[in-house]
Design a protein around this ligand. Structure first.
Ligand code: BV8
Ligand code: ZN
Length: 242
């Protein structure tokens, strides 16, 4: 793939870069996305699973869905797209990687400054006393474990629809979007807020905004450039062009 002189110039000169990733960056690792053809939402509906009411109504069903996803994530590894972002972080003085993903693959790849907007599937906690669950408790697959201190239900440490993002996380992401010279939006359908507002914050302050996606999204008409294709192929090529 050849890249515009613009994108090469902006990336070479940037002192500060902010990256937003979504499920698409993990697709080539074998992790299903949410809204694609083979998406997780095809089999399950978000309102049935990724919200607190669904969990209270049927804790074992929701727990089992996360246990399935956790098991799947343990069987995959970061792909060349994740590794390209680790390399980019090494080259830029101020680099922030904001992810909507809960699959821990950026950290496993070696990214350092990762802002997990929607939590992390490897962590769980008690809904009553908020005590973190132990590895052993998280191992349970078919039913939501109970807290060994108070007997409360244990839930995955992820942000469900209608829930506030972890305190301070969005502020860190927003600050990075507001000070960066280049903003990369990678593998996200740009429909979930407030994450999807970040590239617009970057645009407002004059950042060069580049989208990497297999298809067009709501951001495409506003981004300076959209690179259509697989992030696992595009990102390594982009890094080697710098
Ligand atoms: C909030 C949990 C304040 C963990 C997720 C009514 C009531 C309450 C809230 C709302 C409401 N209406 C709207 C809202 C706000 C709501 C929202 O945005 N809803 C949307 C759907 C309209 N947001 C919230 O509720 C947020 N909280 O607003 O709090 C508040 C509080 C109370 C009341 C009001 C407001 C919380 C949002 C977080 C929800 N949690 N996940 C989990 O189970 O994973 S969302 C879920 O979607 C994931 O976290 C995921 O990260 C996120 C976004 O999806 P994407 O990552 O973009 O993935 P998707 O499959 O959609 O797209 C993949 C893309 O990759 C595609 O474009 C595809 O083309 C591309 N792709 C595929 N393969 C590749 C590729 N690209 C490149 N290369 C490839 N190989
Ligand atoms: Zn408890």
């Amino acid at each position: 793939m050849t890249f515009s002189r613009e994108i090469i110039k902006h990336l070479r000169n940037a002192e500060s870069i902010c990256v937003l990733t979504g499920a698409g960056i993990s697709a080539e690792s074998g992790v299903p996305t949410f809204r694609g053809e083979e998406g997780l939402w095809k089999k399950f509906r978000p309102e049935e699973l990724a919200n607190f009411q669904a969990f209270i109504r049927n804790p074992d069903l929701v727990w089992e869905w996360y246990a399935y996803r956790r098991k799947l994530i343990h069987e995959v590894k970061p792909n060349l797209g994740h590794h390209a972002l680790v390399e980019l972080e090494r080259r830029v003085p101020d680099f922030t990687l904001v992810t909507q993903n809960v699959d821990n693959l950026h950290s496993r790849a070696g990214s350092k400054n990762v802002v997990e907007l929607h939590g992390n599937i490897e962590r769980s906690y008690c809904i009553e006393c908020r005590k973190s669950a132990s590895e052993v408790q998280i191992e349970s697959t078919h039913e939501a474990p109970r807290c060994d201190s108070c007997g409360g239900l244990i839930r995955p440490d992820v942000v469900w629809f209608g829930e506030m993002l972890p305190v301070g996380m969005f502020a860190r992401a927003e600050a990075a979007a507001r000070r960066c010279q280049v903003f990369l939006s990678i593998g996200t359908s740009s429909v979930v807020y407030p994450a999807a507002s970040l590239p617009f914050s970057a645009l407002e302050q004059g950042a060069y905004v580049v989208e990497v996606n297999r298809e067009e999204t709501d951001l495409t008409s506003r981004a300076h450039e959209t690179l259509l294709g697989n992030s696992g192929e595009i990102l390594p090529q982009l890094l080697s062009s710098l």
